[in-house]
Structure formats: C-alpha cells, structure tokens
Write a protein that binds this ligand. Structure first.
Ligand code: 13P
Length: 255
C-alpha cells in the first residue's frame, strides 16, 4: 500500500447551488481558511458560476471544476458545454458520471466513458464517480459493480492519462442522506476500485491513482475516512457549501 504516492484531493461538488454572486462570496470566505492546505483543493460548480469562481479563486490554491462536460467538440447539442469552452473559462477539473446524472439524466456507463475520454484528451482532470445502490449492496454486488463501472469508465483511456484520473467512490445510499459509509466500508469500496484499475493497468500504476470517497463526508467524519489507506481525499456535497466545514475537511486531508 503506497498512500504516499498519491496526493489527496478534496473536491467540493456544489451541485445546483449558489448563484454567481453567492459563488464570489463563498470562495472569498473559503480562500484564507484553506490557504495552508497540503492537499489539492477543488470546487466543482455549476456552469453559470464558473467565471465568478475562476475570478474569485485567482491567486489562491483553489482549483475550479465543472460538474459535467459533453463528449462532442461542438455542434447541434442544445444545452451542452464542450471541453474547449471549459478550458477557455479556466476550468481544470470535471466531475463525470455522478449518480445524480446517472439517476435523473440518463447517464450510462457508455456516456461516462465518452465524457471521460473527451475530458482526458483535452487535458482536463476527470473526477469519475462510481457507486452502488443500497439494493445492489444488499444483493452482494458491490465489488462486481464497482469494478465494472470503473473499467467501463476507463475503456480506451491510455496508461499515461491515468495521472489525470480521479475515481470517486460514492455509495448512492450515502449521498445527501446523512448516512455515511463506515471508514472500513469506504476503504473497502475504494480498494475494489483500485483493484479494478490494477486488473486493467497493473498494480504499480493503480497505486498512483487518487481514489476519493464521497457521501455525507463532513467536518466530523472526514479525519477517520481520509486516514484509511485507500481513501485519498473526498468529493463533498453539502459540507462544501459551508466555508468552515469545508476547511475542516481540507485540514483533515492535509495531515
Ligand atoms: P453529500 O456530501 O451531500 O452527501 O454529497 C456527496 C456527493 O454526491 C458529492 O458528489
């Protein structure tokens, strides 16, 4: 186990929250609180908030991400946003395949793979989400499902592109519910993800990939979660909307 090979990444996923003005205010509040971080600090924000977020984060250690990206370069895809548009706006990270997109917006393992390839080929860092539902867990499919989703997402991703890949293990039953996976469950799920990467790319490369945990991570439970050998940071929903709480999580991952 080589946790020291990987830099922890704490990423906020704001989901559909905050207007541009609220974005400016929240990032200005966060900046001094996370300035000493010894981990990567990322905020993934709604498209409309990106210019305000990039402007507010300028000169700080906060990197800005988007919450989705389309896989075509341009064309007749009403409502979609391309990698070029994101890059020109100053975006460095993009969340792909979040369970809310899979559940509400018809995202499939195939489209997650296409979006991941587009993001990586454009030089963006992809935060690819995988995770089982409660029903799948109770049926005993967690390992099978996590490995399948991970391998599908990474199909045709070149070994040298893995340095820009982050996988976020987000058990669907733990998202926005206040029910967090235990630290051991998070470590086990992240371990299944890493094992899938090892099966596809070899163990050495798999040890270098950042695997986050997400799902009701908060100021109270973050330290125990990120202390686990396979947990290289977190993807944070609700707690990333509060500067103080988010900064406590960043500090936990900086130890
Ligand atoms: P919560 O932290 O609100 O449970 O959300 C987790 C998540 O979905 C992050 O992408």
């Amino acid at each position: 186990m080589k946790k020291e090979l990987r830099k922890a990444v704490i990423a906020g996923n704001w989901k559909m929250n905050n207007t541009p003005a609220q974005t400016t205010a929240l990032i200005n509040e966060m900046k001094p609180l996370v300035a000493d971080a010894d981990c990567e600090v990322v905020l993934c924000v709604p498209y409309i908030d990106i210019p305000a977020a990039v402007e507010a984060a300028k000169g700080s250690n906060i990197k800005i991400g988007a919450e989705n990206v389309h896989f075509k370069a341009s064309g007749a895809y009403t409502g979609e946003v391309s990698t070029d548009m994101l890059k020109e706006a100053g975006v460095e990270y993009v969340v792909i395949g979040h369970s809310e997109r899979r559940t509400y917006f018809g995202e499939t393992d195939q489209t997650v793979n296409l979006r991941s390839l587009a993001a990586l080929n454009a030089g963006l860092k992809a935060i690819i989400c995988v995770g089982e539902t409660l029903e799948q867990r109770e049926l005993g499919y967690t390992e099978t499902l996590l490995k399948f989703q991970t391998k599908m997402a990474l199909t045709n991703v070149k070994p040298e592109q893995l340095k820009n890949v982050i996988i976020a293990y987000e058990p669907v039953w733990a998202i926005g519910t206040g029910v967090t996976a235990t630290a051991d469950q998070a470590d086990e799920g992240n371990g299944f993800v890493r094992a899938a990467i090892a099966e596809a790319y070899g163990a050495d490369l798999a040890e270098t990939v950042t695997v986050q945990y997400g799902g009701s991570m908060n100021a109270k439970n973050a330290e125990e979660l990120v202390s686990k050998v396979n947990v290289d940071g977190g993807l944070i929903g609700g707690a990333s909307l509060k500067a103080q709480d988010f900064s406590v999580i960043v500090k936990a991952a900086s130890k």
